[in-house]
Design a protein around this ligand. Sequence first.
Ligand code: PLP
Ligand code: SF4
Length: 519
Amino acid sequence: MTTHPEYMDAFTLDLFEELFSGAQESPAPEVAASVAAALEQAQTEKATAPVVHLFMLLLTCRRDQGLSPDSFALSRGKLEALARAHTAADEHSVTIGGRVDKALAIVDAANRRVETYLERKDTEAPSGIYLWDEIQANIARIKAALGMTDADFDTYNGQLKFAINDVETLGRAIPLSGNVLAQVARITAKYRMRLTPYYAALIRPEHVNDPVLLQAVPTGEMIDNAGIEIPPVAADHSPARLIDQFYPRTLTIKATNMCAMYCTHCLRIAHIGKRDRIYGQQTYAEALDYIRANKRIRDVLITGGDALVLSNDMLQKILNALDEIDHVEVKRLGTRIPVTAPMRIDDELLEVLAASNARKPLRVVTQINTAQEITPLSKVAFRRLSGAASAVLNQAVLLKGINDSRIKMWQLCETIQAAYVRPYYVFNCSYRNPQFAHLRVPIEKGRDIIESMYGNISGDAIPRYIATAGGKIPLHRSNVVATTDDGITLIKPWSGEEVVYPDADAELYADDNFSFEKW
Ligand SMILES: *Cc1c(COP(=O)(O)O)cnc(C)c1O
Ligand code: SF4
């Protein structure tokens, strides 16, 4: 048996075999010239790239024209010398066959999987950063239409004071047809509508079903969707005032019923109700008493409505109270305000959050459903929040026409990751509220979208896909296709390729006498 030096590994032997199975013929002069130039570089430069370039060129000549290296007066010996130089130069002793025939081919296949996404993301799912010029023009138009000064627009109070609550104001702020406005009027008689002027500026009015418009302005289906009203979550999961609980160690305090903007797909539509309510001290005291009395509770979510509707003072009081309860270990704040009114994220708020985070970890949980909601302003808000809190996490809702395609969801996840936000959950839109049945997306469609992210975007930009049904239930497809004596057979979600993954040795695992125990 012949043994080979390590730079002539199996990959490289295969590569040589393929190359030299070609015919020796005269190549076209320009091909001969480019091979000669590549050879010259590979021999003179002490680098790996020129060697790779030469072998790639030879492989292309072999595959496209059937030419062997002999056609360029390149002997096997000469190429073996270059293969040796390549492996010797490489820090990880990668062989030329491994690099040219395997690694580059794998990268090539990977690149092809994102080609369509890269071509189409900015037209099919543009971010608010990409659209910033257009949004700034919208801002100018809305300011003029509503009579807002710069100071009004740039402050949270100004955003609330000039909030769009009725159809007449909506019509002034956004160029919508009389027909559309008449439809909206029919709904707002029954459901609350509120858009901040800032959020309204994200809408691209010339797009009929603009994804931000769909989220913020209610349409006829909300009334017309027939169906039996299913009691809202609050009715069967509230063991105490303001509290929702279905887990042993985690619960939520619905600290307000207000939001800066009301979503057309709001799961809490019943709780949000029809009018704003301010809760008294006694209300919060009862909720905190429940937590104090339940020593199992370690993770408390302050939600609403929108937790950042609360004043900095009130937030500080609630966070202080939670920090003083020994068994509370971590806290979360649920808010959409960084995308609906990023001006709310002021220095004083950040100090309150940072102080609480220094005592016990505080996470901010937000809801961003489209990349269009990430503008330079919301990105700054998230950057600052991510500095003050221990993490900023996103819970998106999968919604028809809003984010129900691979391109839209990949773009959402990558855009928010670049805006300091970690994708956490994607919810399949709930069946519990017939009001938004028209926005629901089939479970399988969502599964395909989330699965398509594996292997194509950063692992920490991939959310978990969840059904909300008395708790959050994962909807992921299993990647285990078979269980055998050799282990399990797994499927790679991005290519469909099956791999056998050997299991841990059961006997070895059962043996308690190991490592320090053993010696
Ligand atoms: C969403 C939710 C939680 C938190 O669930 P996680 O999976 O820990 O994010 C806890 N309690 C209630 C009532 C909830 O709705
Ligand atoms: S921000 Fe949350 S609670 Fe408020 S309307 Fe939207 S989904 Fe509902």
